[in-house]
Each structure stands twice: as C-alpha cells, then as structure tokens.
Ligand binder design. Sequence first.
Ligand SMILES: C[S@@+](CC[C@H](N)C(=O)[O-])C[C@H]1O[C@@H](n2cnc3c(N)ncnc32)[C@H](O)[C@@H]1O
Length: 232
Amino acid sequence: MNSTYPPEYTRWWVEFYYQKFEIDEHVLIPRLETESLVREAIRYFRSEEVDTLIDIGTGSGIIPLSILSAVEIPEVFAIDLSPEALVIARKNAENQGKNIDFLESDLLSVFLNEHLGETKHALSLQGKNILIVTNLPYIKQDDWENMSTDTIHEPKLALFGGPFTGFELYEKLFAQIDVFVAKYTPKKLTILAEMWDDQTEIAWKILGKYGWEFSFFADLRGIERFMKIHIR
Ligand SMILES: C[S@@+](CC[C@H](N)C(=O)[O-])C[C@H]1O[C@@H](n2cnc3c(N)ncnc32)[C@H](O)[C@@H]1O
C-alpha cells in the first residue's frame, strides 16, 4: 500500500479553532469537523451555568483548550488513556497558559475508582453542573481496513472504537455514566459527543435504553454526527 506520511507529523503543529497546537504521532491530527463540537460547547457555556468541564479522550487537548479560548471555566479535567498523548496535551496547555487537570484514565474510571475516596477530584465533583465533551474513537474494524492511506500513521488507539459497530467505547462510557451519576449526583449533566455519520441508528438504539433526553446535531456541511445528551 502506498501511504502518504502526514505533513502535520513532520512540521509538528496544526491550526485548530484559530490557535496553533503542537502534535506528534501519538495524537490524532485534529479534524475540521470537531470545531462544530467546540462551537456547540461554547454556546452551551454561554447559555447554561457550568462548574466543571470534562473532556474524555483529549489527545492533543484541542477541545478543552479551544473552549477555554472563548469562555472561563472554574474547573477543567482532560482524560486520556495514552500517557504520550497527555504529554502533548500538557505542553499545549502550558503554551497557552491554561489550567487543566490532566488525568490518565480509561474513560471515567479515575472518578469511579473506590480508592479515590476523599481526594480532591471526588470532593470537587459532588453536586456540580457538569458538561462532558468527547470525541472518542468510533471507527470499526472493516472501515479501519479500508481507510485512507495517510490515516494508518495515526495512533490506532485514537481511531479504533471496536470490532463490530465502532460504537463500543461510547457504550462503555454510557454504562460508566450511570455509576458516575449515582456517585456524584450532579445537579446537571450534559454530554456533547462526536461520532461517525452512519452511527445515528446505533446511537438511537443504545441511548434509548437509558431513558435520557438526547438529540443529534450537524457539522458545517450539514452532516449529523454529534450527540447532545441530557442526563439530568
Ligand atoms: C478520536 S481521538 C480524539 C482526540 C482529540 N480529542 C481530537 O478531537 O482531536 C480519541 C482519543 O481518545 C483516546 N482514548 C482511546 N481510548 C480511550 C479510553 N478508553 N479512555 C480514555 N481515552 C481513550 C485516544 O488516546 C485519543 O487521544
């Protein structure tokens, strides 16, 4: 297979939502579509009271840092399973002088861990107004095998969502959310999330089981590929 090495990985930076971000081969190259998720989050911050932002699968940190370029947020957590990605995200936060609490964790596990006990994270989340933003990997095995040739240089951990639907990580997150709500009883909890444009049907099916209020919204090309879920 002839593959093109992405120029972003040789010049080590990209522009996203009017700012420059450092990147390397351990993080996804930010996609323009994700700016629609950022815009929706900024709209949300301007219309609702929010105490805490949690970004899950932060990669280079583009989502929380772009939101922070437009609004002030008392408390921001950014999670990734990849320690290498967190190094880049921390660098970007430092370059932009922004204060984010970066956590290495499998989705929300760090907040659900029994040993967390009385730590500052656990205490600070109780009863808060929380917004979760996330662009989790959502590509399934078959699609992965037929992806564009430059994508093979991006980390598989950043793209591959599971073997059958690609929606498996979102399913795991939703199961964790139930536990999170029971543990922290947030006053308000909303999730804004990016998915693949052919996943609305599976999203309907899975979200329908939880009894949460949800809708979908589109990117700038009019393609519905984001979920807005009101948990409480
Ligand atoms: C699609 S990339 C998104 C990166 C960045 N937020 C963006 O929009 O460009 C998904 C990110 O999720 C991370 N990730 C994958 N599985 C994860 C898990 N189980 N828990 C936390 N992060 C995970 C990957 O390391 C990757 O950085």
